[in-house]
Design a protein around this ligand. Sequence first.
Ligand SMILES: [Zn+2]
Length: 81
Amino acid sequence: MTKHPRIPIPHTVRQYVFERDNYQCQSCGQQSPQTNLTIDHIIPLFQGGTNDISNLQTLCLTCNVRKKHHFDPRFRRQFGS
Ligand SMILES: [Zn+2]
């Protein structure tokens, strides 16, 4: 069942979000090129979030992985508690 298919974020949108957030992680404040920046869905797609720029923020890879681990029940099940 693919109610919310994962649609790739267009390059231009990624660029817009990075520039809006000043190439800075919105969680820990680290900036590129100190860290690997990623685009994060504030409301995850599986919870009904969209690819709209209002739902996107810049997170470094560390914070993004940490957030996924916290929010995604599939991740937790796969790796145990
Ligand atoms: Zn961070």
